[in-house]
Design a protein around this ligand. Structure first.
Ligand code: PLP
Length: 388
């Protein structure tokens, strides 16, 4: 696979470019923000979709017979996670799935916890649904890594109905260890808190780290959680909108299924399940290649920054193609940091404040892009800084 190819995404209704003027105030920026890849979606997925178009009728579609088996085999083989067919329910997107779960399992005014900073829709969806956000502030260690404060967590959880967990963590790139997850599960069990474990980045975990599905760490975790998964990040097909929930607890599953099926939210369009089957049945080799390329990009960024802009310290992503850049040593105000990246370096990144006030002084860089684009972006940043 050649991931060095630069594809023109400008005329494809692509979010990454399409909202530059609206959100960044100018269009002459290199966009390295929203979490999709600038690489072509793998050919085996495109072929599968093309083949479907060879049939001239785009009529109503039934469930794909391989949808459940393909997810079950993938989870078992890649994450040693045993899932039963009846434990799987289709959901039309993970952010939507979180909203549906909050509507099913909480009432307006109930408290929902996030580990902050975090992927912003976690708290936006909570707020927009009239629930109260409780932020557990992640501890930034000397090693520039996020950790949990379990004493504080125990106190905070007492009044919390649902914890929305990014496992692995976006934007910090942490792969939570089995022991950390076990402790979270135990505290949530004590406080009667339901855990929603969003595992969308799981397949992008880098050696030597190892993704642990939350539900596998203990009986408490298995019985008190909903897991969300999708091939959309690892196989660069988020525009298709195909994801799933795994729920082991009968009561939780029945309630969630009833909520979804009341509005037929558990049914995807004809391409959704087809894409998941194609990714999980045909994607292993491609995934290995794209991960190797991304891992090289991460090394490239880390080396470039340490040699040229040592004031910016990247958090090493244990998973995902997102690097959270700690820019605090630049000692710039939020406005000056935005001015540096946008108006001086001509880059469109997600700024840390988007992920909550805990992210002040950080920027998130998406490295799922050809190396030459990254090189250009970092040169622009270096030149902008030296002109200040
Ligand atoms: C942690 C996390 N969850 C969910 C999503 C989006 O999922 P979906 O497009 O299925 O709503 C993202 C996308 O960046 C993400 O990083």
């Amino acid at each position: 696979m050649n991931f060095d190819t630069i594809l023109n995404r400008r005329d494809s209704d692509c979010l990454k470019y399409g909202v530059l003027q609206e959100r960044w105030g100018r269009t002459d920026l290199l966009p390295l923000w929203v979490a999709d890849m600038d690489f072509a979606t793998p050919d085996f997925i495109l072929q599968t979709l093309r083949q479907r178009f060879d049939h001239p009728v785009l009529g109503y579609t039934s469930q794909h017979p391989d949808w459940r088996p393909s997810i079950i085999e993938w989870q078992k083989k890649h994450h040693d996670y045993q899932v039963q067919p009846n434990e799987l329910i289709f959901i039309p997107g993970i952010v939507r799935g979180i909203a549906f779960a909050l509507q099913t399992f909480t009432a307006p005014g109930d408290k929902v916890m996030v580990f902050a900073p975090v992927y912003h829709p976690f708290f936006l969806v909570t707020e927009h649904n009239g629930r109260e956000v409780v932020r557990h502030p992640l501890v930034l260690t000397e090693e520039n890594r996020y950790e949990l404060d379990f004493n504080l967590l125990r106190e905070q959880l007492k009044s919390v109905k649902v914890l929305v967990l990014s496992n692995p963590h976006n934007p910090g790139g942490r792969v939570w260890s089995a022991e950390e997850l076990r402790q979270i599960a135990h505290l949530c069990h004590e406080s009667g808190t339901l855990v929603i474990s969003d595992e969308i980045h799981a397949d992008l975990t880098f050696h030597p780290y190892h993704h642990t599905p939350f539900a596998t760490v203990s009986k408490e975790a298995r019985e008190g959680s909903i897991t969300f998964g999708s091939p959309s990040k690892a196989f660069n097909c988020p525009g298709i909108i195909s994801s799933y929930s795994i729920i082991h607890n009968d009561l939780i599953r029945r309630k969630f299924r009833a909520y979804l099926s009341a509005s037929e939210l558990n049914e995807g369009n004809m391409f959704a399940q087809l894409t998941t089957v194609s990714a999980y049945r045909l994607g292993e080799e491609w995934l290995g290649e794209v991960k190797a390329y991304i891992a090289d990009n991460i090394r490239f960024v880390e080396q470039y920054l340490s040699e040229n802009i040592p004031q910016i310290k990247p958090m090493h992503p244990e998973a995902s193609y997102l690097i959270y850049l700690n820019c605090r040593a630049l000692e710039l105000t939020h406005e000056a940091l935005l001015d540096l990246f946008i108006d001086k370096a001509h880059l469109a990144l997600d700024d840390g404040q988007k992920f909550g006030p805990e992210g002040t002084g950080f920027m998130r860089l998406n490295v799922a892009t050809p190396r030459s684009i990254l090189e250009q972006a970092l040169h622009q940043l270096k030149n902008a800084l030296s002109s200040m």
